[in-house]
Write a protein that binds this ligand. Structure first.
Ligand code: GLN
Length: 305
C-alpha cells in the first residue's frame, strides 16, 4: 500500500495531540540530568514531514531540545557512510537487549561486547570512531557534517553539557571502563567526553525533522543500504527493551531520547517527530509513543503490514 504523510489532517492531529497530552501524567522527568528534570512537563510539539516536504505541525516546534539518544541512529549512519558496514560492525553488534539503555549488566554478560548502537554501550563504542583529535573536534566535525547534509542548524548546548557533567554518571563511566578492558575503545575519558558532547547537540523540533529526512530519503544507492541498516536497528532496538512491543504496535523505525523526543522514520515516506518530556519506565516519552502509535494506525504507516 502507498503510504502518505502529506495529507495528514490538522484538525484530526489536534484531537490526537489532546489525547496524547492526557497521557503525560503517567510519565516522569529524568532525575540524573538536572536541566532535563527542570523541563516543563507540559511542553509539547509534533512535526510530520513528508518526503516531498509537506509539513504539518503543532505545539512548541521552535523549542530547542538536546538530541540525547536520538543522535544514536545518526552516529551510526555517519560512521557507515565514512567507513562502511564491515568495519563498523566489528565494533558493535546488531542484537537487541532486554535490559535498560544504560545497562552495565548486559555489557558484562556479553563480556564487553556492545550489543547494538542504540544503547549507551554501543553508542559510546561508536563515539570513539569519530574522526578528530579531541572530543570537541570530533563533535564539531560530526555536527558540521549533519548540518551540511540536511537543512538543520544543530549546535552544542554548552549549558546542557555542563548539566550532564554536573552529576557523575557512574553507569556510563563503568560502561566506558569495561569497553577499554574488552579492547573496543582505547581512551575512556575522551570517548565519554565525545559521547556526552554529541548527546548535547541540540536543535528545534523542525531541525530534528529535517535531520530525520537523512534516514528516509537517501540520495544514492550506497546511502540507501546504510539507511536500511539504521532503520532495521531502530525498529529492533530503538526503544530499548520496549522495542519489540512497539515494533508490533507502531511498526515504524523509531528512536527515543531521555530528553523526550520520539523520532519515527517511515521509509520512503517521511518523518514524525514528537516531543514531550515525561518518560515511561524504559525512558521513552509517554505522549510521544502514544501519538506515534495513533498516527501510524490511522494512516496505516506500519512497515510490518
Ligand atoms: N546522554 C544520555 C545518557 O547517556 C542519553 C540517554 C538517552 O537519551 N536515553 O544517559
Amino acid at each position: 500500500m502507498f503510504k502518505n504523510l502529506s495529507n495528514i489532517n490538522q484538525q484530526q492531529l489536534k484531537v490526537w495531540v489532546e489525547q496524547a497530552l492526557a497521557q503525560t501524567k503517567l510519565g516522569n522527568l529524568p532525575t540524573y540530568i538536572p536541566l532535563l528534570e527542570e523541563a516543563n512537563p507540559n511542553s509539547f510539539a509534533v512535526v510530520c514531514q513528508s518526503i516531498d516536504n509537506h509539513i504539518t505541525f503543532l505545539g512548541d516546534v521552535e523549542t530547542k531540545v538536546p538530541l540525547m539518544s536520538v543522535i544514536k541512529p545518526f552516529l551510526l549512519f555517519y560512521l557507515l557512510s565514512k567507513f562502511g558496514s564491515e568495519f563498523v560492525f566489528q565494533k558493535v553488534g546488531k542484537e537487541c537487549s532486554q535490559k535498560p539503555f544504560n545497562s552495565l549488566e548486559q555489557l558484562e554478560a556479553d563480556r564487553g561486547w556492545p550489543r547494538n548502537p542504540m544503547i549507551n554501550s554501543g553508542a559510546i563504542a561508536l563515539s570513539s570512531l569519530l574522526p578528530g583529535n579531541t572530543a570537541t573536534q570530533r563533535c564539531e566535525n560530526f555536527c558540521s557534517w549533519l548540518n551540511n547534509h540536511e537543512n538543520c542548524q544543530l549546535f552544542l548546548d554548552k549549558n546542557m553539557l555542563a548539566s550532564v557533567s554536573s552529576l557523575p554518571n557512574h553507569n556510563n563511566q563503568a560502561i566506558a571502563k569495561k569497553l577499554v578492558e574488552s579492547g573496543y575503545i582505547k581512551d575512556a575519558e575522551i570517548t565519554l567526553d565525545t559521547y556526552n558532547q554529541i548527546c548535547c547537540l541540540s536543535g528545534s523540533i523542525f531541525d530534528v525533522a529535517n535531520l530525520g529526512m537523512l534516514l528516509v530519503k537517501p540520495p544514492n544507492t550506497d546511502w540507501k543500504k546504510h539507511c536500511s541498516i539504521v532503520q532495521d536497528l531502530m525498529t529492533t532496538c530503538g526503544l530499548y527493551e520496549a522495542s519489540s512491543n512497539y515494533a508490533i504496535k507502531i511498526g515504524i523505525p523509531t528512536k527515543s531520547s531521555v530528553s523526550g523526543i520520539v523520532l519515527g522514520a517511515v521509509p520512503s515516506t517521511g518523518v514524525i517527530i514528537c516531543y514531550s518530556p515525561p518518560l515511561d519506565r524504559q525512558g521513552n516519552s509517554v505522549a510521544g509513543l502514544f501519538l506515534l502509535e495513533v498516527i501510524s494506525r490511522n494512516l496505516e504507516l506500519s512497515v510490518l503490514c
